[in-house]
Design a protein around this ligand. Structure first.
Ligand code: BEZ
Length: 233
C-alpha cells in the first residue's frame, strides 16, 4: 500500500543528489517514488522474491540482512516503512544503520508501535489458547512504545528529532482470512496439522464483530504507527 507510506516519505523529504538507503524495501513500490525525487536510492530486503520484483522496476535492490548491513558512512539518509517491526535484532539493525550513515545523516522510519494490531493479536492468542497453545513466544513482531524506541536509538548513537505514536485504522482490500494468511503464518506452525486449516477462519470469525464493517462490506485492521526521525550524532 504505497499511498500509506506517503506521510513518512514527506518526513524524509528526499533531495536530488542525496544517497538514500531503503531498509526493508519489499517490492520497491515506495522506493520507486523515493527515486523519483532525484535521490540515488539503494533498497535492501531479506526476501529474494521481493528484491527480484524491486529490480524489475529498475531499482538498485539487493538481498541483505538488515542486522548485518554492509555499508560504511555512505548514505545521507536511511528510510524504512512498515519493515522495522519484523526485525527482531533491533540492536544490530540500528547499529548497522548508524554505521551506514554519514555524520549528521538521518533515519526516517515508520513501524508498528505499542498497541499495533492489538485486537487481531488478542483473537489469535485466544484461539490458540483454546487449543492449549501459548502463542506469545511465537510473536514475530516488535511494536515498541516511544520511550523504548527512543532509548534504543540513543544507544545506537542517534538523537531523536521528532517522534509520533498514533492510531491509523486501515481498510483492507482483502478478507481478514487473506490478511492473516499473508502476515501471520508463524502462529499456524504452532498447531498440529489437523488444526491448521480452520485456524484463520476461526480467528476471522472472532474478529468479525469488531473489525468488519457490514455497511461498507470492508474489513479493517487496528494499526498503530510509530513514526520518527533520528539524526546520527
Ligand atoms: C504493520 O503494522 O504494518 C503490520 C504488522 C503485522 C503484520 C503486518 C503488518
Amino acid at each position: 500500500m504505497p499511498e500509506l507510506g506517503r506521510p513518512v516519505l514527506a518526513w524524509l523529504d528526499p533531495k536530488p543528489g542525496e544517497r538514500i538507503l531503503d531498509l526493508g524495501c519489499g517490492d520497491g513500490a515506495l522506493t520507486s517514488e523515493l527515486a523519483r525525487s532525484g535521490a540515488a536510492v539503494v533498497g535492501i530486503d531479506a526476501s529474494p522474491s521481493q528484491i527480484e520484483a524491486a529490480r524489475a522496476r529498475g531499482l538498485d535492490a539487493r538481498v541483505m540482512d538488515a542486522a548485518a548491513l554492509a555499508f560504511e558512512a555512505e548514505f545521507d539518509a536511511v528510510f524504512s516503512n512498515a519493515a522495522l517491526h519484523w526485525m527482531a535484532d533491533r540492536t544490530s539493525v540500528l547499529a548497522g544503520t548508524a554505521r551506514a550513515l554519514k555524520p549528521g545523516g538521518r533515519l526516517v522510519a515508520e513501524m508498528g508501535g505499542k498497541g499495533n494490531i492489538d485486537r487481531v493479536l488478542r483473537a489469535i492468542l485466544a484461539v490458540l489458547a483454546e487449543r492449549g497453545c501459548d502463542g506469545r513466544p511465537a510473536l514475530p513482531w516488535l511494536f515498541p512504545d516511544p520511550d523504548d524506541q527512543a532509548a534504543a536509538l540513543a544507544r545506537a548513537g542517534f538523537r531523536v528529532a521528532r517522534m509520533e505514536h498514533f492510531e491509523r485504522p486501515t481498510d483492507l482490500d482483502c478478507t481478514m482470512t487473506d490478511w492473516l494468511e499473508i502476515f501471520a503464518p508463524a502462529f499456524v506452525r504452532l498447531l498440529p496439522e489437523a488444526d491448521r486449516e480452520t485456524f484463520f477462519t476461526e480467528v476471522s470469525a472472532r474478529l468479525e464483530p469488531e473489525l468488519f464493517d457490514p455497511g461498507r462490506g470492508v474489513w479493517w485492521v487496528d494499526y498503530v504507527r510509530l513514526r520518527f526521525e533520528a539524526v546520527k550524532t
